[in-house]
Design a protein around this ligand. Structure first.
Ligand code: SAH
Length: 348
């Protein structure tokens, strides 16, 4: 992808350099930055206070939208919409918009595909195509805000891809989307979810951001974890826990552990007991998730009664736990399912 032509990836300083090199005063850069990152225009001609000649220069050198919306599916059972978006080089990703009572939450992808290989996940079935740029992550948020007309106030980086396998661009995205000159989303309203790349958890802790860290744990011990997550062969649960404790010490922030319940794999009382001893005394919260069945994968979700028992067991043992509300069940809202269906139907 030709970064040079991608204006959304420019920081305000980079934009100022371009504008002043072209012989215009620096304040023009701020105006343009505001049109791009606050007013979210999709066309140069909407920048009404920017001189026509400068607009012409810019439109010759740059495009505004790195991703376009290809398809939108809206759930009939709740207020979830799933978007398929396409990049300039033909990559397909998914983003989800969820309207909660407290505002709009957007789930974005961080890579085109994924190479982590989790056995229950559709995103990884075709491997990794490439990383997304920070501007492509911004563009998912901007496209949704433009399309719905509703301000985005929560972002979860839990779509396709492993954010810590694309660390620098994800960091740049977080900095730009929380920038007071941009969309100005509160760091507290951002969650990054990782399958547990422990080294990167330390790096992320050292950034000292007020962003929530979520860990896809899905098992109380390494033996079970290895059967569903190949990454468990690289980092043990002990290493991940150590990194999480460091994150909590550095940021004072509660860590979320995601635990997808898979029938007969990780949903026994012994598993719940294992999880309790692992997390006891830690500043954390467990998010229990019913598995969204993926056609190509032969795992099934635990029964809802079983998930409720698991939740009760954790709560009784003083571990904060809630069951994540399943949203968009009718629109393939689990990671990578819609993209996979789209790629299959278009013969890829
Ligand atoms: N790679 C990151 C973020 C993307 S996945 C991570 O692993 O955290 C977001 C969450 O959805 C993860 O917890 C993932 O394990 C979970 N997930 C993936 N496929 C799922 C499915 N079919 N049903 C339920 N949860 C799933």
């Amino acid at each position: 992808m030709d970064d040079y032509r991608d204006i959304l990836s420019f920081t305000i300083e980079e934009l100022e350099k371009y504008i002043t090199d072209a012989g215009y005063p620096a304040f023009r850069a701020r105006q343009i930055y505001e049109w791009l990152h606050r007013k979210l225009v999709s066309d140069w001609d909407e920048m009404t206070n920017v001189p026509k000649k400068l607009r012409e220069l810019l439109s010759g050198d740059y495009y505004i939208l790195p991703l376009c919306i290809k398809e939108k599916l809206t759930s009939v059972i709740d207020v979830t919409s799933k978007y398929l978006m396409a990049s300039y080089d033909g990559g397909i990703i998914e983003s989800v918009a969820m309207k909660y009572s407290y505002g709009m939450s957007v789930c974005i992808s961080s890579q085109i595909g994924c190479r982590m290989g989790c056995r229950f996940c559709a995103s990884t079935l075709l491997g990794l195509e490439r990383n997304l740029t920070a501007s492509e992550m911004l563009s998912q948020v901007y496209n949704i805000q433009r399309d719905t007309g509703v301000r985005v106030d929560n972002i979860v980086i839990m779509g396709i891809g492993e954010p810590f396998d694309n660390y620098d661009e994800v960091l740049k995205f977080i900095r730009m989307v929380t920038d007071a000159d941009g969309l100005n989303i509160s760091q507290r309203n951002i969650t990054v979810s990782t399958c547990g790349l422990a080294d990167r958890i330390y790096d992320f802790a050292d950034e000292e951001l007020a962003v929530t860290l979520a860990i896809s744990l899905h098992a109380p011990d390494d033996a079970i974890r290895k059967t569903i997550m190949p990454v468990a062969g690289r980092y043990s649960i002990d290493e991940i826990m150590e990194a999480c404790r460091y994150f909590i010490k550095k940021t004072g922030r509660r860590v979320t552990f995601e635990y997808t319940l898979i029938d007969g794999v990780n949903d026994s009382t012994e598993c719940a007991a294992g999880l309790v001893s692992l997390l006891r005394g830690m500043l954390c919260h467990v998010n229990l998730i019913a598995l969204n069945s993926v056609k190509e994968r032969d795992c099934r979700s635990s029964a809802i009664q079983n998930i409720k028992c698991f939740e009760k067991y954790l709560q009784k043992n003083k571990i904060n736990a809630t069951i994540r509300r399943g949203m968009g069940k009718d629109i393939d809202a689990a990671c990578g399912q819609l993209r996979k269906r789209y790629l299959n139907s278009s013969g890829k």
